[in-house]
Design a protein around this ligand. Structure first.
Ligand code: M6R
Length: 596
């Protein structure tokens, strides 16, 4: 959680614009508050920070004029300490001659803070980023050099984190990784370090990945990496990343979310191509078909893809697979799995802490680890025996859209390969996705104008559309802040039906095979005054029973389950716009949740 960026240059210069640019590209990681510190030759630290998003705070506090040889930026997603100016990062040490910022969680924050206060240190905030700075200060004050002080602090700071830190009258910054991601960029006369690649690639494509338990010292002309435990130097050659940064521009769309919804057709085609030529597929299929039990493990949207994936695997490949939320996998199944079982870990980022916790347990129990992951080079990808990339490129908007669609397409592809008797013609999907986007928009806008004042919804599906209902409900609540519960349609009458009063909106997702049962559900709602919105193929039974029908292209039941999320993504987007929210950065959330 949170994002950090640090840069070391050869000469004093305006660093503010570079820090703002890096901040914009990291802002999917947290946007409760933002801060910058610049360190110049005269021994001063210019620290500016406040609550708000990068551009707001940057213009309020004139980040663009910040000057120096070294700079640190942090974007915060609050865990320890409320989102406030004082808890915003970076933080100073007691004397104000050292500054640092972190990403992640220091779980013994309260204990350490109490110790630092008892020692008379100047602790200004509740935030665990400040605790990292004081933890280093403690050992510097005892006479250790910087690297040694960080090595000692590393043992005191419990949890998963990465931090970057620097001191006046030095030419260096230092960064350490324990659990949270960290990448270094090497330029001609600068080096930089960040939580993620998108903030580095505009400046340099020469990068070095830092691994857990490593400290990196950044000089303007190079870096040194050391192992925390042994103190030994580690030599790691840089990699060249040939990625286009176009993907992190909005490309004419008002929001990344809308752009990413529209990209679904293209990336679906790219995924199918990747899968057809994947050298990992054979291992994948072998492991899945020979396993005793297969678990599909993820969180949030990725978990919803797991549920739909399990239906595909069961129906098409006769391969039962158990979808489970990552933390619940530990509680419910960790005790009963071993080397005979396989886990398919599903994650956009490949860095979600809840998923990595489950991965660690699965590995300890000897399970085979496979993954479906979007971010190449992520921790999950690297830990997997075989992985299939989602091929979506950067997904910047916090609400997952294109990665969900490619997750379910990947599952459908696997199910079809394992079943091997039915050719669904998956290459028709990109065109069907594009067609769905273009035909549903006007109807979706009409529905938004009818339900815009409501803030309580249900979203109901059945069979193949049950996971779609869960995902649609998540999208709606995530970016409109309304209450929306996704549910199996037949469960509605077992309790929640009591919520229905005049005009109460209920959204139904009708797979072509389930229209009779959905029609029953619709009538249970409408006869009590509820307002029924249905997503489905052009079918007179839906038109004559529901108030509104969003018609999607007629196709087979499997493709239907993929297409039917699109109207819900657009509905959520348009509702969010209508309310004046920013769907890319919904309040309180972050794209990558690297904390417990
Ligand atoms: O990166 P991951 O797929 O592991 O992330 C898991 C969830 O945090 C994520 O899917 C979240 O639910 C989405 N932002 C919802 O749109």
């Amino acid at each position: 959680m949170c994002g950090i960026f640090g840069i070391v240059t050869a000469n004093n210069q305006v660093l503010g614009t570079t820090l703002i640019e890096a901040g914009r590209r990291l802002s999917y990681r947290g946007y409760d508050s933002v801060g910058c510190a610049s360190l110049s030759d005269d021994g001063t630290i210019d620290l500016r920070k406040d609550v708000g998003k990068v551009d707001e705070v940057a213009s309020r506090l004139n980040f663009s004029e910040m000057y120096g040889k070294r700079g640190i930026l942090q974007l915060r997603w609050a865990t320890f300490g409320s989102p406030s100016q004082v808890n915003a990062q970076p933080h100073l040490d007691s004397d104000g001659d050292m500054v640092g910022a972190h990403n992640g969680n220091v779980v013994n924050n309260n204990e350490l803070r109490a110790q630092f206060i008892a020692r008379g240190m100047n602790v200004r905030s509740d935030n665990d980023g400040e605790t990292c700075v004081h933890a280093v200060e403690l050992y510097i004050d005892q006479g250790h050099d910087f690297v040694e002080a960080i090595r000692c602090a590393y043992h005191d700071l419990e949890g998963d984190y990465a931090f970057v830190i620097g001191k006046v009258h030095e030419e260096r910054l230092y960064a350490i990784k324990k659990g949270s991601s960290l990448v270094v960029g090497l330029g001609d006369d600068f080096t930089c370090v960040s939580s993620d690649l998108p903030s580095i690639l505009p400046f340099t494509q020469k990068v070095v990945r830092i691994y857990d338990g490593e400290i990196v010292t950044l000089h303007a002309d190079g870096i040194e990496i050391r192992a925390v435990e042994s103190g030994e130097r580690i030599n790691r050659p840089p990699e060249f990343i040939h990625e286009s940064m176009e993907a992190v521009q909005k490309g004419g769309f008002p929001h990344f979310m809308l752009k990413e919804i529209h990209e679904q057709s293209t990336v679906a085609g790219e995924l199918l191509h990747i899968l057809d030529y994947s050298d990992q597929l054979e291992t994948y299929l072998d492991k899945v078909s020979s396993a005793r039990n297969v678990y599909l493990i993820g969180c949030g949207t990725s978990y919803h893809a797991c549920i739909l994936g399990s239906v595909y695997l069961s129906q098409l490949a006769k391969r039962p697979a158990i979808p489970v939320l990552a933390p619940q996998f530990i509680a419910q199944y960790a005790h009963s799995v071993d080397h005979q079982d396989v886990g398919i870990f599903v994650s956009q980022s490949g860095e979600t802490k809840d998923v990595l916790n489950a991965l660690e347990v699965a590995q300890k129990r000897g399970m085979a680890v496979l993954s479906l992951v979007n971010v190449i080079g992520s921790t999950l990808m690297r830990a997997s025996e075989a992985y299939l990339p989602l091929g979506c490129g950067y997904e910047i908007s916090v609400p997952a859209t294109k990665t969900y669609t490619n997750q379910v397409i990947a599952f459908l592809y696997l199910a079809q390969k394992l079943g091997s008797y039915q050719d669904l013609g998956l290459y028709k999907l990109p065109e069907l996705i594009a067609k769905t986007i273009s035909i549903v928009e006007p109807k979706v806008s009409q529905i938004v104008s009818r339900i815009k004042n409501r803030n309580d919804f249900y979203c109901l599906g059945y069979g193949l559309t049950y996971p779609v209902a869960l995902e649609g409900a998540l999208k709606l609540k995530e970016i409109t802040y309304a209450h929306c519960e996704g549910m199996l349609s037949t469960e509605f009458k077992h309790g929640p039906l009591s919520a229905v009063t005049e005009g109460f909106p209920v959204i139904f997702i009708a797979g072509p095979q389930d229209i009779p049962i959905i029609v029953s559900g619709i009538n249970e709602v409408t006869c009590r005054g509820g307002y029924a919105i249905t997503i489905g193929e052009d079918d007179s039974r839906l038109h004559s029973n529901a108030h509104d029908v969003v018609v999607i292209p007629s196709t087979n039941t499997y493709f239907n389950s993929i297409l039917s999320i699109i109207p819900l993504q657009l509905l959520s987007y348009k509702m969010s716009m209508n309310l004046g929210y920013d769907p890319d950065y919904p309040r309180n959330l972050s794209k990558t949740l690297t904390v417990d």
